[in-house]
Each structure stands twice: as structure tokens, then as C-alpha cells.
Design a protein around this ligand. Structure first.
Ligand code: LLP
Length: 418
């Protein structure tokens, strides 16, 4: 069980299904575009990672930024997950989903004074500070509120995550954290500050990491720093390894949770301090598909085939932003040969394309397609560009589906305007 990936989107006799529920039956009722998620895929991914780390004291803090729809958060909380919030909005959404503030780590490169005050006043589990200045602001706020803030410092270990440059965060040239060798002095200088309780140390070198070496090196750097800090008298409760574990968008390239644990646990054993993990994508990535309808099909004189969908970069930004690959599968594949297709969105931007020269069976207007592995960084990165309305989200669980977020209406959008 623990070693299986649960891949929810599989062909059935009557078209593509999500855990056996026919996706067309969902579309018939609520239209397209729509995000469809599998509860079972989320449970399986969570349990698999948890089981992989069974041999070492650990806590999984699901990174809300990957997908923070309330129903998914409640599901994860019920499994025992804690949470990683990256803004005060995410802290509050986590609370509304049932997470206690103590179960949260609060990360983020630039936290405003109001955000810090909220976190301190509500006694968030750990605030991961990004600079000495931020630590001092937290101390000042805690003093004013008569609280003692639980903090960790995010360090930058100068490790290339070997992922897309836009989502690699562990290099010196990146804006994240403080240089790892500066950390001991930063902790030492503030150990006597009564308003701060140093409970951890934090690192996060990037996202969608599919090569082992950077993960191992980050764990090694973190464990070594933790030892130094302990020798300095900092009573650390945890080391926070961040998120970043990649998933197999192509169906092949990934590091399994077991392999990840086998890479980092031996490094962590060098300090023996419990580890905090902040996975986002690895928990929800495979659980979701964006289902969309073909609204136009055309062929250029040179023979280029375009299929225009009713979903675009407004629903799923990743291909436009990172050139990222997502499998695209027709709900009812036609019995034709494969041709090279450009699968594009309706927005007036050339970057609004999901695939170029993708070998696919032919498509026709009104066909339905599913863009796979869009459970992470899909719906959360959507926008109202072109006055498009946010797509609804549906959760399939135990053979039934429910709308967990309805489609936005124009009135919802215009309610903010006068
Ligand atoms: N912890 C911190 C401090 C983070 O910044 C992130 C992600 C995570 C945890 C979760 O990382 P994950 O396990 O999901 O890799 N929009 C991009 C991904 C941005 C990730 C930002 N930070 C994408 O669509 O690929």
C-alpha cells in the first residue's frame, strides 16, 4: 500500500474516470472548465510520505500554497497533517479548516508587521524568519503583545535545486533566507532575547526537485547547522527541511517518497532532531485534473493543427509561466492516427498554450480533455484576466462527487467595484 502511487484518472468503458466516477457526468451538470480532484489520491500520497518517514521523528506540514481549498485542507487535517502557511491569508484559511495555530509554520519572504502581529498574537507554532531584521521585528511585536514568539531562521545553503530557475530558491543569488554561515552568529546574538524562543531552523531550496543530490545536500547542511546551534546552547525542537519533492509529470521522472526518506534520514540522524517537512505538490499534484472543452479547431496552411480550449493560462498558469509539461488526455479518444497538435487557451497571449507539437489523436469541437497532474499550483494560481471567472472545483470521494467550490459569477467579481 505505502509503495503505490494512486493515479486516479483512468479510462473506463464510458470515458475517462476519476476513481471510477465518469468525468462526463460531472461536466454534464456543472460545465467546463472544472477542476476535479480525487480524495483517495490525496490520502494515498499523504500516507505514503508519512510511512516513508516512519523511522524518524517527523511532522508533515502540508504547504497550503499548492492548493488551499477548504475541503482538501479538512481532509488533510483529518489525516493528521499540520500546515505550512505563506501569508496571513493562508494562516486564517488553515484555521477555518480546523488547524490550530500551534499546528502551523508560517513562512514567507516578506511578512508585513500586521501579518507578524497576527501570527504572534495567535501563537502560531513557528514563524520562519527570513532575516535578522525580521527576527528583531518579531521580538519587538512580541514584547508589545506580552508574548514569547516561537521562531526559526530560514537559511540559504547555496545549493542548486536543479529545477526550473523560477522555482529554485536555494542559491546565494536568490532572495530567500540568510547565508547559512551567518546563522550561528544571528542565533547567538539573540539567545538572550526574552521575547523570542528559537525552536527550529529552516531551509527550502526549491520546488519540483527530481534529482537526489540537492535534497541530500540540503539535509546535510541543515543537520550540520543544527549541531552547531545545539552546541551553542540553542534548544532546537525541530529542523525544517521545507518542501520541494517533485512528482512525475511525464509519468516517469521522480524520486519516490521512500527514496526521499532514504536520502535524507541518514543525514538527519547526524543531529537526531525531529524533522518538519513542508510538502505541497507531492501531496496534491497527482490528485487533480483540469477538465476543459475544445471550442475551436483549425489548421494553418503549413499544416499546424490547433485545438483551442475553454481553459487557458487563467485557469492553469504553469505552462505559460514555466513551460511546464502536463499530460493532456481526451475523455473519449477518437479512433484516428496521432498528429502533432498545439493545445492552446483562449487568451490573447502567445504564452497561453498548454502543449506544442504534442502527438495526439485528432480533436474536434466540443470534445472534452483532461489536463492531468494539476492538483498543485493549478486553481490557486488562477486569475480573472480577461474578466474570466474562476473555475469550480469538485471532489470525488468514495464513488461520489461534490462541488467543493462553486463557479465564480460576474456578480462575485463586481461586488468589489463601484
Ligand atoms: N515550503 C516553502 C517555504 C515553499 O516556498 C514552498 C513552495 C513549499 C514549502 C512547497 O513546495 P512543494 O513541496 O510544493 O514543492 N508555482 C510553482 C511552485 C512554487 C513553489 C513555491 N514554494 C509551480 O507551479 O511549479
Amino acid at each position: 500500500m505505502a509503495s503505490l502511487v494512486h493515479l486516479p484518472f483512468q479510462p473506463t468503458e464510458r470515458g475517462l474516470g476519476c476513481d471510477g466516477v465518469r468525468i462526463e457526468s460531472i461536466v454534464e451538470e456543472i460545465g467546463t472548465p472544472v477542476y476535479v480532484y480525487s480524495a483517495e489520491a490525496i490520502r494515498a500520497a499523504y500516507r505514503r510520505l508519512d510511512a516513508a518517514f516512519a523511522a524518524y521523528p517527523h511532522a508533515i506540514h502540508y504547504a497550503l500554497k499548492a492548493n488551499s481549498t477548504l475541503a482538501l485542507l479538512r481532509l488533510l487535517h483529518a489525516l493528521g497533517s499540520r500546515a505550512d502557511a505563506n501569508s496571513v491569508g493562508e494562516v486564517q484559511v488553515a484555521q477555518r479548516a480546523g488547524f490550530a495555530p500551534r499546528e502551523l509554520v508560517f513562512t514567507g519572504v516578506g511578512k508585513g508587521r500586521d501579518e507578524l502581529a497576527y501570527a504572534v498574537a495567535n501563537e502560531v507554532g513557528t514563524i520562519n524568519a527570513e532575516s535578522p531584521g525580521e527576527l528583531d521585528r518579531i521580538a519587538e511585536i512580541a514584547r508589545a503583545l506580552g508574548r514569547r514568539a516561537r521562531v526559526a531562521l530560514r537559511v540559504n545553503p547555496d545549493i542548486d535545486a536543479q529545477s526550473h530557475p523560477n522555482i529554485s530558491t536555494g542559491l546565494r543569488v536568490n532572495k530567500f533566507g540568510v547565508a547559512v554561515e551567518e546563522a550561528p552568529a544571528i542565533y547567538r546574538d539573540r539567545l538572550g532575547v526574552a521575547d523570542l524562543q528559537f525552536v527550529g531552523v529552516h531551509v527550502h531550496i526549491g520546488s519540483q526537485i527530481t534529482t537526489p543530490d540537492p535534497l541530500r545536500r540540503a539535509a546535510r547542511a541543515l543537520a550540520s547547522l543544527a549541531r552547531t546551534l545545539r552546541d551553542q546552547g540553542v534548544p532546537l525542537e525541530h529542523v525544517d527541511l521545507g518542501g520541494g519533492l517533485g512528482i512525475a509529470y511525464d509519468g516517469v521522472t521522480m524520486i519516490t517518497p521512500d527514496a526521499y526518506a532514504a536520502l535524507v534520514i541518514p543525514e538527519l540522524e547526524a543531529c537526531g532532531i525531529p524533522v518538519v517537512l513542508e510538502p505541497g505538490r507531492a501531496i496534491v499534484g497527482h490528485s487533480g485534473a483540469l477538465v476543459s472543452r475544445v471550442v475551436d479547431v483549425k489548421q494553418s496552411p503549413e499544416g499546424r493543427r490547433f485545438a483551442v480550449l475553454d481553459a487557458g493560462m487563467t485557469e492553469l498558469m504553469r505552462p505559460a509561466l514555466y513551460g511546464s509539461f502536463h499530460r493532456i488526455v481526451p475523455l473519449q479518444p477518437r479512433a484516428t492516427a496521432e498528429h502533432a497538435w498545439d493545445i492552446v487557451g483562449p487568451i490573447c497571449e502567445t504564452s497561453d498554450a498548454f502543449a506544442r507539437d504534442r502527438a495526439m489523436r485528432d480533436l474536434a469541437v466540443d470534445d472534452l480533455v483532461a489536463i492531468l497532474d494539476t492538483g498543485a499550483y493549478g486553481a490557486v494560481m488562477a486569475s480573472n484576466y480577461n474578466r474570466r471567472l474562476l473555475a469550480p472545483e469538485v471532489l470525488v470521494d468514495d464513488g461520489r462527487w461534490t462541488v467543493i467550490r462553486r463557479r465564480q459569477t460576474l456578480d462575485d467579481v463586481l461586488a468589489l467595484e463601484r
